[in-house]
Write a protein that binds this ligand. Structure first.
Ligand SMILES: Nc1ncnc2c1ncn2[C@@H]1O[C@H](COP(=O)(O)OP(=O)(O)OP(=O)(O)O)[C@@H](O)[C@H]1O
Length: 342
């Protein structure tokens, strides 16, 4: 049933990226100077969840590394490493410069100094979920170091810009911007079809079933591939020769639940408090949420930061927002209302 399980994993970077030629070319052209040892501009990549932002960024940097010897790349998920220290540490660790850095006792400035002193090959730094950085001034620091080319990935540019100071906003506004939109069903079908070809034995899933998945995933390739993976693994476990329609129905729910759980696990402690408040007391407006949150934690973040938490959770389908910006209220997403597999 399964030929190569790797291609069905969430973080897999395919040899061919489907339907993103313009974005691949755009990002490649931004990074192109580093192939000649020149500094490159910062790139901002934005779009909703599952539209290929990470995939395209990793694909482009890998291709660069195939083409030239003196280019390195490092990837940091800033949601997981949301503090300045953790992000810096992760970058330094990837470039092999963390020897004798102690997590508890090393002053933070020391980490920046080390990056500044780095004289290895030019390095592309992919900052994924960059809007989750507690201290976005880190982008400015990296931006000003010529040996690093930075790719900032976020869902919405406004969210990124709303939290950084004017100096950084003007820098970022003049950066190259690669925007991605949700996929159409035909495009999702092509992505799924390529994965099926490499990942599954022939005849395991029909074209019609791939279209059903594409339709239910509503433009999100992460969800579509998750559904395919879940269906294939159930069929393999239950010794079916092909994926049945019943398996497909369960796979849709299963993939949604898995993605939701993963997003919940990604929440920072402060975001989790906000989520729990909406779960227990929603629908609520941002001010009420912030009041309750301020009572619940010792070191509350600003109202603006809490708004970005809410927006992020809406992007990841954990919360839904209703109303205009003036009377907006947040509540938990009703999973049963997600577009069904028909
Ligand atoms: N154009 C594409 N061609 C082939 N595979 C793709 C394409 N776009 C996305 N994928 C695959 O879909 C999955 C989700 O893509 P990716 O993680 O890049 O989305 P994203 O926009 O970064 O989402 P998020 O904001 O949730 O991190 C990955 O497995 C990726 O390999």
């Amino acid at each position: 049933m399964i030929r190569d399980a790797r291609v069905l994993r969430a973080g897999f970077v395919p040899r061919e990226v489907e339907h993103r030629d313009a974005e691949v070319n755009h990002l490649s052209s931004v990074l192109e100077p580093i192939t000649n040892g020149e500094p490159a501009d910062t790139a901002i990549v934005t779009g909703p969840s599952g539209v290929g932002k990470t995939c395209v960024s990793k694909f482009v940097t890998e291709r660069l590394r195939e083409e030239v010897l003196d280019v390195e790349a490092t990837y940091v998920n800033c949601w997981r490493n949301y503090s300045r220290f953790r992000t810096l540490y992760q970058i330094l660790d990837d470039i092999g410069a963390t020897i004798d850095i102690h997590r508890q006792s090393t002053p933070h400035d020391e980490l920046i100094d080390r990056l500044q002193q780095y004289d290895g090959p030019r390095t592309v730094v992919i900052l994924d979920e960059v809007d989750q950085l507690e201290d976005p001034s880190l982008i400015y620091d990296l931006h000003s170091m010529e040996q690093f080319a930075v790719i900032c990935i976020a869902n919405k540019e406004e969210e990124l810009f709303s939290r950084v100071d004017d100096r950084l906003v003007s820098r970022l506004r003049s950066s190259e911007h690669v925007r991605m939109d949700k996929y159409h069903n035909e495009q999702l079908y092509d992505i799924l079809s390529a994965r099926t070809k490499w990942g599954l034995e022939e005849g395991v899933i029909t074209d019609n079933q791939l279209y059903q998945i594409a339709d239910a995933a509503a433009g999100d390739a992460r969800l579509a591939i998750g559904m395919l993976r879940s269906a294939a693994s159930t069929a393999a476990r239950e010794n079916h020769e092909a994926i049945t329609n019943n398996i497909l129905l369960d796979a849709a729910e299963d993939a949604r639940a898995q993605i939701k759980q993963k997003s919940l696990d990604s929440l920072t402690p402060h975001q989790r408090v906000v989520y729990d408040i909406v779960r227990d007391h929603g629908p609520l407006g941002p001010s009420d949420i912030h009041d309750r949150y301020t009572e619940a934690v010792d070191d509350p973040r600003t109202k603006r930061t809490v708004r970005t938490y809410l927006s992020k959770m809406a992007q990841y389908n954990l919360l839904e927002a209703e109303g205009t910006s003036r009377d907006r209220e947040y509540s938990l997403v009703d999973s049963a209302a997600a577009s069904p597999m028909e």
